[in-house]
Design a protein around this ligand. Structure first.
Ligand code: ZN
Length: 456
């Protein structure tokens, strides 16, 4: 498979002023002397130099230098003096984006429960996130109020990935059909109380996989969402004439609630003539948000392509990653983003729908952007050109010519993943007895080796 770096439109370096007068150049030299003496000590931990920044919140899509300091974004400018940073990494030709946010993931692993999303079907996030630029996930309802604190202790508190959660309206969470169809375990008050107790982690209420004709799961999820003042994410379960999609989108859901699996085609998202159900547009007008949630059974080209042609793009791109989905049509976050590139969506939009939009959907507006002062969650992505193929849940193929790969991921200003060693020095240019090269101010792994060195 041939591939190469996408030639980015480059606005840097800006043209140097020409024909400066003698006085002006002397002034310039004086100011340079002043600046260099003032910055004898580097100000920044890290400088990502020459990349193409895509930051939807700040409406930036241009070549910019990005400086990180103390785990925060410190400066984003057309040119930042390399002398101001302890460490400079050249990212020319690459995209620099906020860390990707996947708001539909299944991460309640480790309980040992078989065939359960509160168990074997879930993934430990760190092995799946950083390598594709994801720094934040929202677990989509694996745990309910009965087992959320076990999930928190078992996974959330022990992961490097930033994990939020949609709390399942089912007290037992996603432990399988027997639990998930039990109407008596969809209690509003304890769910809302748990959401309020863990306000910092629980970003919404989830309802999912319900096979019956009742509205109870949706109604109770919304009631809990009202008490806790958080949105609801709906996986609408089986398609039932007693509770049609149009009623959900035009009457039940509130502005800010999220309809996931929008391109599954399983619940009337597409009309018989192949077009987008008008209820989708009506829901959008009311402020309902639409999420991809690809997963193992919720994304079809024959639904997504015509709906997007009809003008129905998603608000957020997400994976629905779990152990049943990630080795099939859905591989990972970048693969799902690639599918939207393959359908003709511009890269700026694909990034916005994977960063700033999901940050707003889960009401974490400090994330998903590169504003000065924001947590320095950053992805450095390469857009390759070549011949690629993308398959849906039934294995149908759509060919594409663009593919994103992740070069580097930073979480809170620390390098947590790197593919090609862009931050590193060639081994034969290092001292003969070289040890770990990296500084804990920007390199997460350096801490391991520093403590090893101390032990010796
Ligand atoms: Zn899911």
């Amino acid at each position: 498979m041939e591939s190469g770096v996408d030639p980015l439109v480059c606005g840097w370096p800006p043209g140097q002023p020409s024909g400066a007068t003698n006085i002006a150049s002397k002034l310039a030299i004086l100011s340079l002397v002043f600046i260099s003496s003032a910055t004898a000590q580097p100000t920044y931990d890290l400088l990502l130099k020459g990349g193409h920044v895509i930051d939807a919140k700040n409406k930036i899509s241009a070549v910019r230098d990005v400086a990180l300091q103390g785990g925060r974004v410190a400066e984003v400018s057309a040119r930042i003096d390399p002398a101001k940073a302890k460490k400079v990494i050249d990212v020319t030709g690459l995209y620099v984006t906020p860390g990707l946010i996947d708001i539909h993931a299944h991460t309640y692993a480790g309980t040992g429960e078989r065939r359960s999303y509160a168990g074997d079907l879930s993934i430990y996030p760190d092995g799946h996130t950083f390598r594709v630029g994801v720094t934040t996930v929202a677990d989509a309802g694996c745990a309910g109020w009965r087992n959320f604190e076990d999930f928190k202790d078992r996974v959330i508190d022990r992961s490097k990935t930033r994990i939020y959660a949609f709390l399942n309206i089912v007290g037992n969470g996603m432990r399988g059909g027997r639990y998930e169809s039990d109407l008596t375990d969809m209690e509003v008050k304890p769910a809302a109380a748990m959401a309020l107790k863990h306000k910092g982690l629980i970003v919404g209420i989830k309802t999912a996989h319900f096979p019956g004709p009742e509205w109870t799961p949706v109604d109770n999820a919304i009631a809990a969402g009202n008490i806790a003042n958080i949105p609801v994410m709906v996986d609408f379960g089986s398609d039932r004439p007693e509770r049609p999609l149009s009623e959900l989108l035009t009457k039940k859901l509130r502005p800010g609630d999220i309809y996931t699996h929008v391109y599954s085609g399983l619940r009337g998202e597409q009309t018989e003539s192949g077009h987008a159900n008008p209820a989708l547009f009506e829901g959008r007008k009311r402020g309902v948000l639409f999420d991809v949630g690809h997963g193992g059974g919720s994304f079809l080209w024959r639904v997504a392509v015509p709906l997007i042609k009809d003008g129905f793009a998603p608000d957020s791109i997400s994976t629905d990653i779990h152990n049943g989905s990630n080795n099939n049509g859905m591989k990972d976050m970048l693969n799902v983003m690639d599918k939207f590139l393959a359908m003709g969506m511009p890269v700026d939009d694909v990034i916005a729908k994977s960063t700033w939009n999901p940050a707003r959907e889960i009401r974490r507006e400090q994330l998903g952007n590169l504003s000065v002062g924001s947590p320095a969650d950053v992805a450095v992505l390469r857009l390759e050109n070549g011949n690629f193929g993308f398959v849906d849940m039934y294995g149908a193929l759509l060919k594409g010519t663009k593919k994103l790969s992740c070069e580097m991921t930073f979480r809170d200003g620390k390098l947590v993943y790197e593919l090609n060693g862009l931050s590193r020095t060639e081994w034969d240019k290092l001292p003969a007895n070289y040890r770990y090269q990296g500084d804990y101010t920007w390199d997460d792994r350096a801490r391991t080796f520093t403590s090893e060195t101390k032990k010796q």
